[in-house]
Design a protein around this ligand. Sequence first.
Ligand code: BEZ
Length: 233
Amino acid sequence: MENLTFQMPRIGDAAPEFKAVTTQGEINFPSDYKGKWKILFSHPADFTPVCTSEFMTFATMQKDFEALNCQLVGLSIDGLFSHIAWLRSIKDKIEYKGMKNVEVTFPLVEDISMNVAKLYGMLQPNESTTKAVRAVFFIDPKNMIRAMIYYPLSLGRNFDEIKRVLIGLQTADNFEIALPADWRPGDDVIVPPAGSCGVAQSRMDGEDGITCHDWYFCTKKLSKEDVESRLGK
Ligand code: BEZ
């Protein structure tokens, strides 16, 4: 089999650059969106049911992502005219779970050459040699890859989780804390580890505002309002 696994970007890497034709005109990624968060995501193919449900969900949530200073960019290994016809079909014909007349206004990249899919490790040949898997890249305002999620062809993504990851990344950056399992805004957050035996002891002695489960696992309150006031930055 031809080697189709060209590279897998990693967390902390600069987002690979590409120029592409999209349903919103030509783009230079990620430089056109410097200063914004970006979610670059791939889907296997146009005119397929799981992808259609995903696009309707993402487009319906687009305002939430814009409020978080985040630009959505989609991609599949299809041509521009296929993309245009599919997005028109979604808007004109598809009614699903209360969503209808859904207009997809974020760019959808044509990648018939597979160049971008290969650049981002979206083509995973043991899953498919012709269709991108369902990849999601979270890219920060400095154009660094901060998180990635990959799903197989058969499973639609959880868009609440995609939004939670974006909010979590922004919150961890803004408040210099870490976030525990299943964290949501309003839940307690994890303070940086004690850097000395003295700090470890004072935390265990009951440092103000900090709750320790043991010296290495300490949390503090962070209100939903405080989180929301800093999101999108
Ligand atoms: C879908 O989006 O429905 C789909 C695409 C490729 C393979 C299987 C399902």
